[in-house]
Design a protein around this ligand. Structure first.
Ligand code: ATP
Ligand code: MG
Length: 430
């Protein structure tokens, strides 16, 4: 006997029994993006390794240790995308889309990071991603946050808090960087290994460390807010004004920096207390330098990413159940001629009612066994066709959930009767 092949560490299957919540999340996402005029964009899962190195930056967890990279037959350096922003920025440049001036985009799909698997942290996970290009002012920052707030609200997730901060411009950050190096140097021996390595390369990264000892040292570090340039401060103030006007509660968190190098000015996170240490469900910010850094014409940008696994975990936690799409109809057929007729009739019903979910029994079995399957599938109605009914030109229609009596229905009236019972919309095309 051969051995069973296990899935890779940190990757998971999404089972049919779990899919309803995922579809609820994805459906709601589509609706909310449409409500703000954002267009869906689908970009590749593999890109040149160079893209992520150049955009996400050295001294980041992702580039230093989390990328799944390989050399394809000794030629191309390829990486499975760890996040969506870099690929979308690459795509708007390589497709010349920035000529249109302004873009509001979203995408959804799997991301890959080689990190230590734990609850809420996987090696293949999924993100919902929003990106906008060509908007200078703080109103897009507000729109992006309001959009994410609306999505969370529509999902029924209220136990999430918004943290916002401004990182200023790279120029205004330079002075802060020096002050940080001076501060952390005094504790160099106590810092964790990653942070020691980043001390002179990118000390801001240390603020984001999850190491307990380092976090205690970070608590006393100088604040970025004190070094903010006037324009960034005004930008941030306007954003906060928009949030207050929209009734969005927020917390200004001067320690909030984001894991990637490309952020400028606004950064924000939605945080929950319900998921242990994997507490961030959505994170984003402005990245005005990114498009230029990737060889495009200087174009401001902003975006956020939401972790779908963590959202689904929250939905499960609040007991949110999304109605699974049970079959409307289970087609029970017995007898050689009846089974053949049922197969054809089922196709005709699907022609008439594009929204009808119809399960054919297939493979025979006596009536009792077939009804058992119909029940297990959760079907609402059963059509019952035996050779006798077929000879009479009728079928029996049985209500499997409610208490309606079984009815005998002429085959040519069956489609109309089912459409009525199920309240379905007829096909326009026939
Ligand atoms: P963390 O600090 O938790 O590692 P991050 O800063 O690396 O997060 P981002 O790159 O901002 O995460 O990704 C946005 C969101 O995607 C996160 O807030 C989280 O909800 C989700 N996410 C990130 N990495 C993972 C992962 N390995 N497994 C599941 N979800 C993830
Ligand atoms: Mg991370």
């Amino acid at each position: 006997m051969s051995t069973i092949i296990e899935p890779l560490r940190g990757v998971h299957d999404i089972l049919p029994s779990q899919i309803a919540l995922w579809q609820f999340l994805e459906r709601t996402t589509r609706e909310v993006f449409a409500a703000y005029g954002y267009e869906e964009f689908r970009v590749p899962i593999i890109e040149q390794t160079q893209l992520f190195k150049r955009s996400i930056g050295d001294f980041t967890d992702i580039v230093e240790k989390e990328m799944f990279s390989f050399i394809d037959r000794g030629e191309d350096h390829i990486t499975l995308r760890p996040e969506a922003t870099a690929g979308i920025a690459r795509a708007v440049i390589s497709n010349g889309l920035l000529r249109a001036g302004r873009l509001r985009l979203w995408c959804m799909g799997p991301m890959f990071r080689r990190e230590r698997p734990q609850a809420g942290r996987f090696r293949q996970f999924h993100q919902i991603d929003a990106e906008a290009f060509g908007f200078e002012g703080p109103d897009i920052d507000a729109e992006m946050i309001l959009l994410s707030a609306r999505l969370l609200r529509r999902l029924g997730l209220t136990d999430v808090k918004l943290h916002v901060n401004s990182l200023g411009t790279p120029q205004s950050r330079a002075g802060y960087r020096e002050r940080l190096i001076a501060y952390f140097s005094a504790y160099e021996a106590d810092l964790d290994e990653d942070s020691r390595r980043r001390l002179h390369g990118n000390p801001l990264r240390i603020l984001d460390s999850k190491h307990p000892t380092t976090q205690r040292i970070v608590a006393g570090a100088p604040h970025l807010g004190d070094s903010l340039d006037a324009e960034s401060a005004a930008h941030f103030e306007t954003l906060c004004g928009h949030l207050r006007a929209a009734g969005i509660e927020y917390h200004v968190d001067r320690r909030l920096v984001r894991g990637l190098d490309y952020y400028t000015r606004t950064v924000f996170e939605w945080i929950t207390d319900s998921l242990g240490s994997q507490s961030t469900v959505c994170a984003g910010g402005r990245y005005d330098g990114l498009v230029g850094q990737l060889g495009g014409a200087a174009t401001p940008g902003i975006g956020w990413a939401m972790g779908q696994e963590r959202i689904v975990m929250l939905l499960e936690k609040i007991g949110r159940s999304a109605g699974a799409d049970v079959p409307h109809v289970y087609f029970v057929a017995s007898g050689e001629r009846a089974e053949r007729a049922a197969f054809q009739l089922a196709e005709r019903l699907r022609d008439d009612w594009p929204g009808m979910r119809l399960l054919c029994n297939l493979g025979g079995g006596n009536f009792k066994a077939q009804f058992k399957r119909a029940d297990k599938a959760g079907a609402l109605y059963a059509i019952v066709l035996g050779d006798d009914e077929l000879a009479r030109g009728t079928a029996a229609l049985k209500d499997l959930r409610g208490g309606q009596a079984q009815e005998e229905c002429a085959l040519e009236r069956l489609s109309g009767r089912l459409g009525d019972l199920l309240g379905l919309k007829a096909s326009n095309t026939g």
